[in-house]
Design a binder for this molecule. Structure first.
Ligand SMILES: *[C@@H]1O[C@H](CO)[C@@H](O)[C@H](O)[C@H]1NC(C)=O
Ligand SMILES: *[C@@H]1O[C@H](CO)[C@@H](O)[C@H](O)[C@H]1NC(C)=O
Ligand SMILES: *[C@@H]1O[C@H](CO)[C@@H](O)[C@H](O)[C@H]1NC(C)=O
Length: 416
């Protein structure tokens, strides 16, 4: 015990001193830029680099869904609603489809909610197929490329696999009619059937006003070493244990519940956002999916994300230098988390804090209303612009077909 006390004293001082030092550094020089590496592209302005044509779809595909279920503008998949609104008034929008680089069909796929507010994507395949059928019969642009110059926002757990359970999502695979399209999705895991090559991974939606309102003075000391609030076990869906978070969260709890450096529990205190701003490290373990809103919160609140999710593909990974701002811990190394974090050199911790203090990092994680330069909306456009110009192979040659309209579960083929 006295041993722990000693370490604790050292750590609290360390935490405090780190913070003070970090602040001094921030005051004397601007937040560090990551020159020469990917971080710089966060500053890109997409205007003038691409033109997007927004299909005018009947409102049953989007606005009517939102009218019926206003909660789909507040949950963590709400990016689909706000991206639609953003594009309608964005300078990259063109009303002339002949000059468009990209085509966008505003279909809300996460707007069917249970009474508890959980979005379930059971009808999404029907809705999406119906929308694609409509645009391919009414406009000539889909058939030219079979969707290769079209993008869709599919923010649900397993993207365009449209199921909330991983096993079933994998069995279903990506909806066949979207085979050639660019998918903008929250889900990101390497070598997974629900993440297609060329997809754009985005952050989950976190309410921007609520976050802004809870920012505490930046000179508040970071006196918590490791912070986490959330589930360790999901007993209702995984009674035997081991499936949920592939056991990683259970391991965090079992190994560190009594460790005074770890402020972890299942409580959701009112001070959750403030606590993250008082912590040095925020654990971001996988849950059922590899990502969670914690990642956004950690970055916005300057708490170094400790990412425990093997093979995760992080939001805007080609623009944000995640390796430099976060700590990655393999799932199998969770029992060593304390040693891994306490042995990080102070200089490295300070550098990560300085990089996180760069406003571009926070901005890229949020979907503010109204939109602001460098925010997540702009990063999606930057991602689309970086894919231009399209290669000749986007155009379907006579006699070629890529999409099998009758593939997939028969339940998906019903009209909507
Ligand atoms: C696109 O192709 C489908 C079937 O291949 C056809 O039914 C449809 O009429 C075509 N669309 C246009 C606008 O020509
Ligand atoms: C993914 O796409 C990129 C660029 O379009 C290409 O260079 C790469 O070979 C593709 N990878 C796979 C596994 O298809
Ligand atoms: C399309 O998919 C259906 C159902 O899986 C299959 O029976 C059919 O052979 C496929 N067509 C082609 C041309 O691959």
């Amino acid at each position: 015990m006295s041993h722990w006390k000693e370490i604790l004293t050292i750590l609290f001082c360390l935490a405090f001193c780190l913070r003070v030092e970090a602040i001094e550094v921030q005051e004397n020089q601007p937040a560090e830029r990551i020159s020469g590496s990917a971080g710089d592209v966060l500053e890109d302005d997409p205007v003038g680099k691409l033109k997007v044509y927004v299909y005018e779809l009947p409102s049953k595909y989007n606005r009517k869904k939102l009218q019926k279920e206003p909660r789909c503008a507040t949950h963590m998949f709400a990016a689909e609603v706000f991206m639609h609104r953003f594009l309608l008034s964005s300078p990259v929008r063109t009303l002339n489809p002949e000059e468009a680089d990209w085509f966008y069909a505003p279909v809300y796929v996460t707007c069917d909610l249970t009474s508890n507010g959980l979005p379930l994507p059971f009808r999404s395949p029907l809705v999406m197929r119906s929308a694609v059928q409509l645009i391919s019969s009414k406009w000539p642009y889909w058939n030219r490329t079979e969707g290769a110059d079209h993008f869709f926002i599919v923010p649900h757990d397993f993207g365009a696999c449209f199921h909330y359970q991983e096993e079933t999502a994998i069995k279903r695979g990506i909806l066949p009619v979207l085979r050639r399209a660019t998918l903008v999705q929250t889900f990101g895991q390497r070598n997974h059937v629900c993440l297609k090559n060329g997809s754009i991974t985005i952050p989950p939606f976190a309410p921007p006003q609520k976050i802004q309102a809870r920012i505490i003075p930046p000179d508040t000391p970071r006196s918590i070493f490791v912070y986490f609030r959330g589930l360790f076990y999901d007993l209702s869906n995984d009674p035997e244990g081991g499936y949920y978070a592939r056991g990683a969260r259970a391991s965090v709890w079992e190994n560190f519940k009594n460790n005074p450096l770890f402020d972890i529990s299942t409580d959701h205190p009112y001070t959750y956002y403030e606590d993250m701003q008082r912590a040095i490290f925020c654990l971001c373990p996988l849950g059922w999916a590899p990502w969670s809103p914690r990642l956004v919160e950690a970055v916005v609140f300057g708490c170094i994300p400790v990412i425990i999710a093997d093979d995760i593909v992080l939001p805007f990974a080609d623009a944000i230098p995640w390796e430099e701002i976060a700590v990655f811990v393999p799932e199998k190394d969770v029992p060593k988390l304390d040693t891994i974090l306490t042995s990080l050199p102070i200089s490295e911790i300070l550098r990560k804090q300085r990089l996180l203090a760069n406003p571009s990092m926070k901005q890229a994680m949020l979907f503010p209303q109204p939109a602001q330069p460098r925010d997540a909306f702009h990063q999606i456009l930057n991602g689309l612009a970086r894919k231009l110009p399209h290669g000749d192979d986007v155009f379907v040659k006579p006699g070629q077909t890529f999409i099998n309209w009758t593939a997939g579960p028969v339940g998906d083929l019903k009209p909507w």
